[in-house]
Design a protein around this ligand. Structure first.
Ligand SMILES: Nc1ncnc2c1ncn2[C@@H]1O[C@H](COP(=O)(O)OP(=O)(O)OP(=O)(O)O)[C@@H](O)[C@H]1O
Length: 480
C-alpha cells in the first residue's frame, strides 16, 4: 500500500515536474498562446488535486450509501458543513445545486452516521498522550470523564501525506481536506461494519485546528500496538487467540453487509490488541471493489514470495479475490509465525494443515475458519490431550487453602516474568507438567483462568514458604 501511495506521489511529482519544466522552457513575454499555455500548465497541479478530492469524495459516498452510482443532490443535503465544503471543492456549484443546501435548517449533528453513540469534543480532556502515527494520521490517548481511556485519531499535519501534498500543491487547507477523506471513510466503515474484531467507534467531533476550521477527530476504543516480537515470546494460547480473532474478522469481512471487503494495506501495524483480542484499526485502505476481468489472467494476485491466478467468473469478476488476498496476508504475516510454534504436539498436524492450505490458497476463508474453530474446540475441551496419564493421586499431597509464597523458578513460556505460571486443562495435566520439570516439587492451583477457561497453575521448587490462602490449593510432590 505504501508502494501505491509512493507511486501516486511519484506520479504527481512527475506531472508537476513536467509542468514546471514546460513553464521554464516557454520564455516570458511570448505571444498570448504561450501565456495561455503557461497558465494552463500552472493550473494542472491544482486540477490534479481537485481530481483527487473528487475521487475521494465519491469513494466516501459509495461506502456511506453502498451504491455504485454518484450521490444525488438530495443526499448532499444530509451532509455536515465540512462535507458540504468538501463537495464545494470537488464539484461545480451549478451541477450540485449547493444554493439549496446552504443556509438550510438541517442540524449539522444529524448526518446519517448518527446511529453511533455520540461523544463529542467537549468530552475529550486536553491531557493527550501520543500513541503513534502512520502515513496520514496520528493517534492520541485521552481520558473521558476522567475515567475511560479512548483513542483520538486525526490527520497528522506533520505527517508524510500532508507534507507531500503541500510540497506539490502549496495548499494546506485543500491538502487537509484530501487527507481527511481517509478519516471520513474509516469512520463510515467503523460504523457500518460491526464485529468484535473491528475497533469500536465511540464518536467523532469537529474543531478548528492549524487555522483550518472543522477538522475531524474520531473517538474510538483504545488498543495497544500489536508487537510481533512480544507475541512470539508469549504462550501459544495467546498467539492462537490472535490468529482466531483474525480469521473471525476475515470471515466477517468476506460476508460483510457491504460485500466482500479486502484490506489492501495488511500489515501488523494496521491492527491493535484490546484485552488480548486482535482488532483492525486502520480501515482507510479497505476496499469493497471487486476486480473486473475478461480472462483468468486478469485475476493475478501478486505477493513478494508468491503469485496466484484466480478464476474469472462468467459475470466478469475475479472470484473471491478480496477474501483470498486477505487470507494469504493472514498466512504470511500471522499464521506462519504464530500458529505452529510451541503448540501442543497433538494439535500440530491440524495446525500445519491450516498453515499449508492458507499459504497455498487451497481453502477459502470459510474453511479456514472451520478448521481454526476446531482447534479452539479441541484445546478448550481438553480433547487435544490424547492419552491423559492418570497418575495415582498418592503421588501428590493436596493442601487446601494454602500457597507457596516464594520458591519460584523460570520456565518458558510463562505468564509470569520471574515464576513458572502455566495454564493447564485439569489436575492431571498439572501433574504431568510438574513431573516433566526437574525443578518442580510443588504446584499451586490458583483461582485464575485464561481466556479459554484453562486454569493457571504456579509451579514451584519446594514448600518451605507455605502460607495460608483461602483461594488457593497447593499440591506437594510425595517422594520415596
Ligand atoms: N485505537 C488505537 N489504539 C491505540 N493505538 C492506535 C489505535 N489506532 C491506531 N493506533 C496506532 O496509531 C498508528 C497510526 O494509525 P493508523 O494506522 O490509522 O494511521 P495511518 O496514517 O493510516 O497509518 P499507515 O501509514 O499504516 O496507513 C497505528 O500504527 C497504531 O499503532
Amino acid at each position: 500500500m505504501r508502494r501505491r501511495k509512493i507511486a501516486v506521489a511519484a506520479a504527481l511529482c512527475l506531472s508537476f515536474f513536467i509542468a514546471t519544466l514546460l513553464n521554464l522552457l516557454c520564455a516570458p513575454g511570448f505571444d498570448h498562446h504561450h501565456q495561455q499555455q503557461q497558465q494552463q500548465e500552472h493550473r494542472r497541479p491544482r486540477d490534479l488535486l481537485l481530481q483527487q478530492l473528487r475521487e475521494r469524495y465519491e469513494e466516501v459516498q459509495r461506502y456511506r450509501h453502498h451504491q455504485a452510482t454518484p450521490p444525488t443532490p438530495a443526499s448532499a443535503r444530509l451532509l455536515r458543513p465540512l462535507e458540504r465544503r468538501l463537495m464545494d471543492l470537488t464539484q461545480p456549484r451549478d451541477k450540485w445545486e449547493y444554493n439549496k443546501v446552504e443556509g438550510d435548517t438541517l442540524s449539522p449533528a444529524q448526518p446519517e452516521i448518527d446511529a453511533t453513540p455520540r461523544l463529542s469534543c467537549r468530552h475529550i480532556s486536553t491531557d493527550l498522550r501520543y500513541l503513534g502515527s502512520g502515513y496520514t494520521k496520528s493517534v492520541y490517548k485521552s481520558l473521558l470523564n476522567g475515567s475511560v481511556s479512548v483513542a483520538l485519531k486525526s490527520v497528522d499535519f506533520g505527517g508524510h501525506d500532508i507534507q507531500n501534498c503541500v510540497r506539490l500543491y502549496q495548499r494546506l487547507e485543500d491538502c487537509y481536506r484530501l487527507a481527511s477523506f481517509k478519516i471520513l471513510k474509516e469512520m463510515i466503515l467503523l460504523q457500518r461494519l460491526q464485529h468484535p474484531n473491528i475497533l469500536q467507534l465511540y464518536g467523532y467531533c469537529y474543531q478548528d485546528s492549524n487555522d483550518i476550521s472543522d477538522t475531524l477527530t474520531t473517538i474510538t476504543e483504545l488498543g495497544s500496538p500489536l508487537e510481533m516480537i512480544q507475541l512470539l515470546q508469549s504462550p501459544w494460547e495467546d498467539r492462537f487467540r490472535i490468529c482466531l480473532s483474525l480469521i473471525r474478522l476475515l470471515h466477517y469481512l468476506a460476508h460483510s453487509p457491504l460485500g466482500s471487503i479486502t484490506l489492501l494495506d495488511f500489515r501488523p501495524r494496521q491492527f491493535v490488541v484490546v484485552d488480548g483480542e486482535l482488532k483492525v484499526t486502520d480501515l482507510d485502505d479497505a476496499s469493497m471493489e471487486e476486480t473486473p476481468c475478461f480472462s483468468h489472467s486478469d485475476c493475478f494476485l501478486e505477493f513478494p514470495a508468491r503469485n496466484f491466478t484466480l478464476q474469472c467468473s462468467v459475470e466478469g469478476k475475479c472470484q473471491n479475490m478480496n477474501e483470498k488476498r486477505n487470507l494469504y496476508n493472514a498466512y504470511r504475516f500471522f499464521f506462519t509465525y504464530l500458529l505452529p510454534h510451541s503448540a501442543p504436539s497433538s494439535l500440530r498436524p491440524l495446525l500445519d494443515a491450516i498453515v499449508n492450505a492458507t499459504g497455498e490458497l487451497r481453502w477459502g476463508v470459510d474453511e479456514a475458519l472451520v478448521q481454526l474453530e476446531k482447534v479452539f474446540h479441541l484445546y478448550r475441551s481438553g480433547l487435544y490431550l490424547p492419552n491423559v496419564t492418570d497418575i495415582p493421586t498418592g503421588e501428590y499431597k493436596e493442601v487446601a487453602h494454602a500457597v507457596v509464597a516464594e520458591e519460584d523458578y523460570r520456565c518458558w513460556p510463562s505468564y509470569h516474568h520471574s515464576g513458572c505460571l502455566l495454564s493447564v486443562f485439569d489436575l492431571n495435566e498439572a501433574k504431568d507438567v510438574c513431573r516433566s520439570h526437574s525443578q518442580c516439587q510443588t504446584f499451586v492451583w490458583t483461582n485464575q483462568t485464561t481466556w479459554t477457561g484453562r486454569q493457571l497453575v504456579f509451579f514451584k521448587t519446594g514448600s518451605r514458604t507455605l502460607v495460608s490462602d483461602p483461594d488457593k490449593t497447593t499440591y506437594l510432590k510425595v517422594t520415596g
